[in-house]
Design a binder for this molecule. Structure first.
Ligand SMILES: NC(=O)c1ccc[n+]([C@@H]2O[C@H](COP(=O)([O-])OP(=O)(O)OC[C@H]3O[C@@H](n4cnc5c(N)ncnc54)[C@H](O)[C@@H]3O)[C@@H](O)[C@H]2O)c1
Length: 253
C-alpha cells in the first residue's frame, strides 16, 4: 500500500457536505481507510460511492447525529469493528446559526453550541482511547470567524463556538502530548459551498467579503481538504496545538 495515509484509519465527519466529501476523496486517494458519517443519508451515500468508484476504501454511518453522545460512541464502535483501530479523527461537521446579539434567542444560542462545539467534544472523547493506542491525530475545523469578526455577519454564537474549537484544540494537544497524540485546527475563510453561493447573490455582501480576499476568489473545498490531509499525515509530525488559516489572504487587510 502506498500514499501519505497508507494503512491509516481515518474518521471524517460530515462526509455528505462539501469539505467532508473532498476530504474523503483526498484521504482515500492517499491510501486511508475512511470512515464517514452524516445526518443526511443520501449525500453521505453518494460520497461513499464516489470514493469506491475510484478504488478507495470507505464505509459510512448515516444518519448519525453527532450532537448525541451515544451516536458518537456508535460511530467509534462502527470504525473499530470494521478496521480495528482509529488513527485520525477529522472533526469537520458543524451546523452554524447566524444572528446578532439583540436578536438571538436562548434556543438558537444553545443549538449553535450543540452543533459546533458539543459534537467535537463528544466524538473526540469517544475516540480518545483508540487515538491513545495509535498515537493518533485530531484535526478540528474552526473558522476565520473564530479569529475575527465581519461587519456583514451576525455571527455571535458562531464566532464564539469556533473560537471555542480553537481553544479546545490547544487543550487537546496539551492533554494528548504524553500519548503521542497531535491536535490542530483549520480555520477556513470563505469557501464555495451551497450556502455561501446563495449568499454571494447579494452584491453588497459579495463585494464586502470577496473584496477581503487577496486572491480575489472563493476557496474550494479541496483546498481545505488538502490542509486537513497535511495535518493528518506524518508530513506535519512536528506540528501540534496550532490553528492554521486557509483563507486566500482574507485576514491580511
Ligand atoms: N463554507 C465555508 O465558507 C466555511 C468557512 C469556515 C468554516 N467552515 C467549516 O467547515 C466545515 C465544513 O463545512 P462545509 O462548508 O463543508 O459545510 P456543509 O454544510 O457542506 O457540510 C457540513 C456537513 O456536516 C453535516 N453535519 C452538520 N451537523 C452534523 C451533526 N450534528 N451530525 C452529523 N453531521 C452533521 C451536514 O449534514 C453537512 O453534510 C464546518 O465545520 C464549517 O463550520 C466552512
Amino acid at each position: 500500500m502506498s500514499g501519505r495515509l497508507a494503512g491509516k484509519v481515518c474518521i471524517i465527519t460530515g462526509t455528505g457536505g462539501s469539505v467532508g466529501r473532498a476530504a474523503a476523496l483526498a484521504f482515500a486517494r492517499e491510501g486511508a481507510s475512511v470512515v464517514g458519517c452524516d445526518v443526511t443519508v443520501e449525500e453521505a451515500e453518494v460520497t461513499s460511492e464516489l470514493v469506491r468508484a475510484e478504488g478507495g476504501t470507505m464505509i459510512s454511518l448515516q444518519p448519525c447525529r453527532l450532537t448525541d453522545s451515544s451516536e458518537c460512541h456508535a460511530l467509534v464502535d462502527f470504525a473499530v469493528r470494521a478496521f480495528g483501530r482509529i488513527d485520525v479523527l477529522f472533526n469537520n461537521a458543524a451546523m452554524a446559526y447566524f444572528n446578532w446579539l439583540e436578536d438571538i434567542t436562548d434556543e438558537e444560542w444553545s443549538r449553535d453550541m450543540r452543533g459546533e462545539i458539543d459534537l467535537v467534544f463528544f466524538l473526540t472523547r469517544a475516540a480518545w482511547p483508540h487515538l491513545k493506542t495509535s498515537h493518533g491525530v485530531v484535526v478540528n475545523t474552526a473558522s476565520l470567524n473564530g479569529l475575527l469578526s465581519f461587519k456583514t455577519l451576525g455571527s455571535l454564537a458562531h464566532t464564539t463556538a469556533k473560537a471555542g474549537v480553537i481553544g479546545m484544540t490547544r487543550q487537546l494537544a496539551m492533554e494528548g502530548r504524553e500519548h503521542g497524540i497531535r491536535a490542530n485546527s483549520i480555520s477556513p475563510g470563505l469557501i464555495e459551498t451551497n450556502q455561501t453561493r446563495e449568499q454571494l447573490k447579494d452584491p453588497a455582501w459579495a463585494s464586502a467579503m470577496l473584496g477581503k480576499t487577496l486572491l480575489g476568489r472563493l476557496g474550494r473545498p479541496e483546498e481545505v481538504a488538502n490542509l486537513a490531509l497535511f495535518l493528518a499525515s506524518e508530513e506535519s509530525s512536528y506540528v501540534t496545538g496550532v490553528d492554521i488559516v486557509v483563507d486566500g489572504g482574507m485576514r491580511v487587510w
